[in-house]
Design a protein around this ligand. Structure first.
Ligand SMILES: [Ca+2]
Ligand SMILES: [Ca+2]
Length: 363
């Protein structure tokens, strides 16, 4: 990565230092079914969406070596809601951009006043010539590297955006049915406003991802590949250099390439991480369980001990870059922070819609 782009990269890289350095083991929670509410599906259908009935469930995990931000497991409840069957695709985002003329953050020159809010005070302003439109792209080295330094496989690429996912020479032609990437929180919100929907809360997302099963390590059970079958687009091989693509895909896959979960939702796990509406708080579950002080009104809703200047939203589900030697975030309880003004080549989104009230925590 050139020095010129290091400031821009720092913003993104600092948000990825939370939970990609150890490997959680098996789930230890009680097994059984989640309590699904008796809330009936509304008679009026929503095209492209599935009714998630809501109910009570165990969010997070008590696994001994799960990432700290996933602990402890807490009993929560949500109201029913509609959810997109699949991640928002390139074709869908193109329709929105065409109709509205919307331009994503990755397509415009970054503003220093915005960037410096997430950097240590006194960080010098880079030369105007390096403040260019672009985004973070997965650029794996051709050889094995230590997995502590993510700058070894993420690069700030000028001209990378949702229409050019790997850089200015790349295209989404032929990828119309792949999930859109390089989308920031504001870009997803703009699409949601246009579509008359909203981003899910983290609780709604995890409830939906678990598909009705309680205490399962993965969305479909306790094994990543039951009977050798791949059930999500993740990363096989030695991350980051050896991408074997044994699940059929080295990068993003067309949505609905793998079987849906019990609710009928596709790719909740893997393919691309999905943005939620929640600020990233590493102590969120601990606060819900009464093991950490609650955040008072007026306090910064975002807390990342590795990045005190963070303004991050929660992303869920892992991506095609989650490997079993690194990251292991292809589990419903996994969560990371994503800088609110950054997209990457492995983060997208899907939307939800309420019939009335938003999700209510009932613990
Ligand atoms: Ca894959
Ligand atoms: Ca996904």
């Amino acid at each position: 990565m050139s020095k010129a782009n290091s400031i821009l990269a720092l913003l993104f890289l600092s948000s990825l230092t939370i939970s990609c350095d150890s490997k959680p083991q098996s789930e230890s929670l009680d097994e059984g079914k989640m309590i699904i509410s008796a809330q009936e599906e509304p008679s009026e259908k929503e095209e492209g969406m599935i009714w998630i009935p809501g109910g009570e469930f165990v969010m997070g995990t008590n696994e001994m070596d799960a990432y700290a931000a996933e602990k402890p497991a807490v009993q929560l409840g949500v109201q029913g809601f509609w959810m997109d069957i699949h991640e928002v695709t390139n074709a869908e985002y193109a329709k929105f951009a065409e109709e509205t003329g919307y331009v994503t953050l990755a397509e415009v020159k970054p503003e220093w006043d915005l960037l410096k809010q997430q950097l240590p005070p006194g960080t010098p302003k880079p030369d105007e010539s390096v403040l260019v439109a672009g985004s973070m792209v997965f650029t794996p080295p051709p050889y094995e590297v230590p997995t502590q330094d993510i700058s070894l496989w993420w690069s700030w690429v000028a001209g990378a955006n949702w229409k050019h996912p790997e850089g200015p020479e790349s295209t989404i032609e032929g990828k119309e049915n792949h999930p859109v990437v390089h989308i920031s929180y504001d870009d997803a919100k703009a699409y949601a406003d246009w579509a008359g929907k909203r981003l899910p809360t983290e609780i709604e997302w995890e409830f939906a991802a678990r598909g009705g099963a309680k205490g399962k390590r993965f969305a479909w059970g306790d094994e990543l590949t039951p009977n050798g079958q791949y059930l999500a687009n993740t990363f096989q091989g030695n991350f980051p250099n050896e991408n074997l693509g044994m699940d059929g895909f080295n990068g993003t896959s067309p949505v609905k390439s793998f079987a849906p979960n019990s609710f009928g939702l596709y790719d909740m796990i893997g393919n691309v991480w999905e943005l939620t509406d929640d600020w990233y708080d590493a102590l969120k579950y601990a606060r819900l369980a009464g093991q950490a002080p609650k955040l008072d009104a007026g306090m910064n809703p975002c807390y990342n001990p590795d990045n005190p200047y963070a303004k991050e939203r929660v992303i869920k589900g892992g991506s095609y870059l989650c490997a079993d030697n690194y990251c292991v975030n292809y589990r419903p309880s996994a969560r990371q922070g994503q800088s609110f003004d950054s997209g990457t080549s492995n983060v997208g989104f899907r939307l939800v819609k309420s019939t009335g009230r938003k999700a209510v925590i009932m613990n």
